[in-house]
Design a protein around this ligand. Structure first.
Ligand code: HEC
Ligand code: HEC
Length: 302
């Protein structure tokens, strides 16, 4: 502490106001304690016609509470900075506090240049990744990452947009938007046949005549399913090229995003579906996106 800091004009001015205010409070309290009262007598003021002010003493506990705050304030000003430029005997400063919090905060940056498959085996990195996942992702993908209706399971190795490290990272960084257009124009019968055809791949259809008609319908020129799900129904990912960006699921496996019962599949085909994975890159920054990608990768690559 520099003596010059303590004697500058503004320093004395500010410190003086603080001290005068605190001591003034104490003196005022003390003077009130010594005043004389006549219990039950009003001051003579009245408001709103009938509202009158009594002149009773302050309750003792209440005065003591105020004396304690005065003592606390003086103690505080001795220990912490607050009295002009006096730094306080405790050595606390907002700069040091900031630095301490910076030092304690997890450092995500240091993982940025590490490979995702390597990070997925680094337990410290995965702990941080899991904490981020619990903060930003579980409301849709669930605590265990297994998702729910309309929100994909991230642990099963079955991907809409790809499970390669770069693909997962891309899904998180820029988000995804899966759109299936409605198909009501095909009519209820054809839609039911298509539903049976699709469900037959998972052994779910008992109406093989309908499933067979569905297979024939799928190949028709006016039935556009194949532009997204592919001629073999394996989904856009299996078709490679630009197709993964469409996110049309593989219809031949028994993983269902919306449900496998006939009514749900018919609803999907009739009305279409539209689904959005939010964009995280700008909000979280590259380092956290990278760590989250490693955590998600680890869920299906033990
Ligand atoms: C508001 C809900 C929501 C939140 C929050 C959310 N997601 Fe998603 N996520 C989705 C939806 C919906 C999809 C599927 C998009 C589609 O079908 O086109 C998806 C897809 C994904 C995919 C691609 C899955 C695949 O099969 O290819 C990954 C990876 C993913 N999310 C990771 C995350 C991570 C990591 C977070 C947290 C930073 C997160 N998500 C937060 C809704 C969400
Ligand atoms: C424009 C591309 C596109 C076309 C055309 C399309 N789909 Fe889809 N389909 C998708 C996408 C994308 C999804 C996933 C939607 C999502 O992520 O919410 C999907 C989802 C589905 C699902 C739900 C799968 C599940 O796991 O729950 C079924 C069933 C389905 N489509 C069948 C069909 C059939 C049958 C047709 C033809 C009548 C068709 N789709 C036409 C893109 C398409």
């Amino acid at each position: 502490m520099n003596v010059n800091d303590l004697i500058g004009f503004w320093n004395i001015y500010v410190a003086g106001i603080v001290l005068v205010a605190i001591i003034g409070c104490a003196v005022f309290l003390w003077s009130q304690g010594g005043a004389t009262y006549t219990i039950g007598k009003t001051t003579g003021h009245s408001w709103d016609e009938t509202l009158e002010e009594y002149n009773n003493p302050l309750p003792k506990w209440w005065s003591w509470l105020f004396y304690i705050t005065v003592v606390f304030a003086l103690g505080y000003l001795v220990y912490f900075p607050g009295l002009g430029s006096f730094p306080g005997l405790g050595g606390w400063s907002s700069g040091k506090q900031w630095q301490a919090e910076q030092d304690a905060a997890p450092n995500f940056q240091k993982y940025l240049n590490e490979d995702i498959p390597a990070l997925a085996k680094n337990s410290a990195a995965l702990d941080s990744g899991k904490r981020l996942f619990n903060t930003y992702c579980i409301q849709c993908h669930a605590v265990d990452g297994k998702g729910s209706k309309g929100f994909p399971n991230l642990t099963d190795g079955d991907w809409l947009y790809g499970g390669e490290p770069a693909q997962i990272e891309e899904s998180i960084r820029n988000g995804r938007n899966g759109v299936m257009t409605p198909n009501a124009y095909l009519g209820d019968d054809t839609i039911r046949d298509l539903a049976n055809y699709v469900r037959a791949f998972s052994g779910l259809s008992t109406d093989s005549a309908s499933a067979n008609r569905g297979r024939a319908a799928y190949a028709r020129d006016d039935v556009i399913c194949k532009t997204c799900h592919g001629p073999d129904l394996k989904g856009s990912l299996a078709q490679g090229g630009d197709f993964p960006f469409q996110g049309a699921p593989n219809l031949t496996d028994d993983t269902w995003l919306y449900g496998s019962d006939e009514a749900t599949v018919i609803e999907t085909i009739t009305n279409g579906r539209s689904n959005t994975m939010p964009t995280w890159g700008k909000f979280l920054g590259e380092d956290k996106v990278h760590l989250l990608a490693a955590y998600v990768y680890s869920l299906s690559n033990k």
